[in-house]
Design a protein around this ligand. Sequence first.
Ligand code: C2O
Ligand code: CU
Ligand code: CU
Length: 517
Amino acid sequence: MPDGGRRRCLKTLVATGLGGAGLLRTLPTRAQAGAPARFDRTLPLPALLHGQPQDDGTLAYALHAGGGMSELVAGLRTPTWGYNGAVLGPALVIPRGRPVDIAVTNGLPQGTTVHWHGAHVPGEMDGGPHNEITPGATWHARFTLEQPGATLWYHPHPMSRTGAQVYAGLAGLLLVDDGADRRLGLPHTWGVDDIPLILQDRRLATDGSLVYMSSPIDLMGMQGNRLLVNGREQPHVNVPAQWVRLRLVNGANRRIYNLGFSDGRVFYVVASDAGLLAHPVALERLRLYPAERAEVLVDLRSEQGRTLLLQNHADSSDAMMPLFGRMADAGPTQADLLQLRVASPTAPGGRLPDTLATLPQVADATPLRSFNFDMMLDPFDHMTGPGADPDRSGPGGMSMGVGGRPVFSINGQFMDMAVINHRVRLGATETWEVRNTVLMPHSFHVHGTSFRILSRNGGQPPQEERGWKDVVALAPGETARIQMRFDQLADPGHPYMYHCHMLEHEDNGMMGQFTVT
Ligand code: C2O
Ligand code: CU
Ligand code: CU
């Protein structure tokens, strides 16, 4: 693209952004949306799905992707998509070592897939773009998990439409259960002292419908202005005055969370993406990039009768936020997400152990492969018309966005389902280097395995990142080395993906494929 073109496009971009008033006029203000008192509504709790034992010992689960109406924001009705309900989905509890059969039925008007994010399953069962389920069809995912207990999640992964379908409401938790939490005495009573929190954001029109990709800046990653927890804005949850475990999942398309409590209290991180840490890590703030998870313990033993807020603070590593703020309503830089109301303790209470897990030692190593997040050739060229190609086949006529454009690349390559970018030997342990040389943050994810972060910018990663991971956050300018073993097969017909988990980056090129054979 010649420079003149870039300037012209940039001008359009800025004009559209500043004239964003025109665009934002259809977006309700908080008052219009009728949001009454904050924290009035309770936190929705995903149901646990334990599976039906079959004669051969397999546990059978059923997920049905379909639509419904949700009240994400008080006073507004929003058409959404969900699994076994209007929005989000049940939490699948999968015992380690137990064969499972998950029947996924596609009740949507378009193709979808379901990916088991963080699960060590063969490429054929991974639910990536090659596992498309056509409308009305049922796909059976059959696998056995042999990995540590962890808070994983599942979400759609169709080519170029992952962002839109997740935004429409499709996502759920997958809990690998190895009994370690009970053995250790960690809080484990679901919805009482063990609370899952799926963090997401959305933009809504005045009629309540979901607004996806309405500003040119949204192509840099969709951020909404309404911050939801388990599909509800500013809910409250009743918790006992004892140790409480929060399973934090960044399920947002692009938003980076920087979490803390209103009184600045210390909390203890006990697990990262894919398993328990060796020891609890005390923090006042925890940063989660898209698709990252953490389990934290909060000591509420002497808080009976009090309330506490879980808050999100602006993340200084996100250089893009001021631009988002100018161009679209990307939400407040500081927000109250959830109110915890501390009631009397219930028996039995959990505890915070000193030692959680034994993790293999890792040491820095020379990388075998490297992955550079590239600046797109001319982003502005692609950013001027997100609405130009609106496929409004999402819930309530939601736009499905503009995936499939060559905007973001890895090592200069855009995602192509017909190209295998890397070939890994089955059983190999590899070190990869991931480099973010551009001005925007990225969130790198690898399918089919869990990794350890060997180094971050040449130094030790922070304590809370020293456990099992499947996503590594990369702020602008950052480089990380990760190491993992590939124990599952992925043939060229069903390769694994590696990609940026900022979903509009992924949908617009920032993804590649590898086989394990
Ligand atoms: Cu959570 Cu390839 O995705
Ligand atoms: Cu994944
Ligand atoms: Cu990215």
